[in-house]
Design a binder for this molecule. Structure first.
Ligand SMILES: *Cc1c(COP(=O)(O)O)cnc(C)c1O
Length: 404
């Protein structure tokens, strides 16, 4: 069992006041808060070992390089990748997806198909649309049902030998639905398609095992899992990373440069052009250590309690509808109240110190499916409490009375 008060004390921002009220932070789906160890590690890097990596023979450069590479190995073990060179540092999920989509431009032919799901974040839609425009490939979309779940029978009938890559999120950011990715990956492989999993919303809640999933690519961001902004990981199977061309050209990613011909560096450096977010990459490792110390079993238990409590309490409010009611859900509740714009509720409860997200959550196709402009999304982390949820429910009730 987690000692929640002790955990909360690790996060300095949770003792802040917003609009004169104690902060209740339920926008964890947009970004998580950071524990003091992460904040301290960032400062410590700049205070003690700041230098550019992989370049100098001098001591600081080696210390920085070692710390960066140790973090890579930490991330490798965290997601159970076979090799550390399959773990690429990126600036986030968006960067990772664009790297793969860009690489597939050299693989796809007109008439080939790219399969995305209706549950995707815009950053897992637009890069594939751009790829299709460039190559003449066709974008196909896996539909969802009224519960916000992917319709697997439809997915099966969309798969064919024309499908070259399937790209789907592990957990939906807008609804919190957990997708049956392992099963979907096996089905895609059966027709010879590669699979990219957008793990941005999964990594705060679970420890993905990329070998067990057998995904070809797995992309996620550091900032949603207690790490710094501008950090992320793209996992890719060695064979795929060898096959894809580099995404950007520049320093670090070359073996030899002449004006006649340049040869590329080995993995992972081939995909890591330029000076990266060194501090961020190192501190992402600190964030992963922190989460593992808390323990993903404990995190899931606490978040399950919060999800059940929030669902039950919110449904007490007349005219409130929750979107995404599948059995497998992360601690996200996306809802609306009849006849009231989500933005109005969000603004009123913000005055009471409660941070939720309102809008389309970068997933407009889902909102179009439900014929709504957006939702109010409360996304919980293990450091949230039932008492905070009760306060939100009272605030939403108050807002409803004011707006009806
Ligand atoms: C947040 C998010 C992204 C984009 O992540 P960035 O950190 O902005 O690059 C992509 N997909 C999902 C499901 C997300 O939740």
């Amino acid at each position: 069992m987690l000692d929640i008060q002790k955990i909360r004390a690790d996060f300095p921002i949770l003792s802040e006041k917003v609009n004169g009220k104690p902060l209740i932070y339920f926008d964890n789906g947009a970004t998580s808060q950071k524990p003091q160890v992460v904040i301290d590690a960032e400062a410590k890097y700049y205070q003690e070992i700041n230098a550019n990596i992989h370049r100098g023979v001098h001591t600081l450069s080696q210390l920085a390089t070692d710390a960066y590479e140790i973090s890579r190995v930490k991330l490798q073990h965290h997601i159970n990748a076979k090799f550390s060179h399959e773990v690429l540092f990126t600036s986030g999920t968006t960067h990772g997806i664009n790297l793969v989509a860009n690489g597939f431009a050299s693989i796809l032919k007109p008439g080939d198909e790219v399969l995305v799901s209706s549950l995707e974040h815009h950053s897992n839609i637009v890069p594939w649309q751009m790829l299709c425009e460039k190559t003449g490939a066709v974008l196909k979309v896996i539909p969802i049902n009224e519960e916000g779940e992917l319709i697997i029978s439809e997915y099966e009938s969309l798969l064919s030998e024309k499908t070259k890559i399937v790209t789907v999120n592990h957990i939906s950011n807008a609804l919190g639905v957990i997708n049956p990715v392992k099963e979907m990956i096996a089905k895609a492989h059966a027709v010879g398609a590669a699979v990219l999993i957008d793990g941005a919303q999964a990594v705060p809640h679970l420890k993905p095992d990329v070998q067990d999933l057998d995904c070809d690519f797995y992309a996620f961001s550091g900032h949603k899992m207690c790490g710094p902004t501008g950090t992320g990981i793209l996992y890719g199977k060695e064979a795929w990373l060898n096959k894809l061309p580099p995404y950007q050209g520049g320093g670090e990613m070359i073996k030899e440069v002449t004006f006649e011909k340049t040869t590329y560096a080995d993995l992972p450096h081939k995909f890591e052009a330029g000076t990266p977010n060194i501090a961020g990459g190192i501190v992402l490792g600190t964030a992963v250590d922190y989460l593992n110390e808390v323990g993903f079993g404990n995190i899931q238990l606490q978040e399950k309690k919060l999800l059940e409590h929030a669902t039950k309490r919110l449904l007490e409010i007349e005219g409130l509808r929750i979107y995404g009611n599948g059995k497998n859900k992360a601690s996200v509740v996306s809802f609306n109240i009849d006849g009231i714009h989500p933005y109005d509720i969000g603004s009123i409860i913000d005055k009471l110190g409660i941070a939720v997200r309102t809008g389309h959550h970068c997933a407009q196709p889902i909102m179009n499916f439900f014929c709504i402009p957006g939702t109010i999304r409360a996304s919980f982390s293990f450091y949230n409490t039932k008492e905070e949820i009760d306060e939100m429910v009272e605030a939403v009730k108050k807002a409803k009375t004011m707006l009806s």
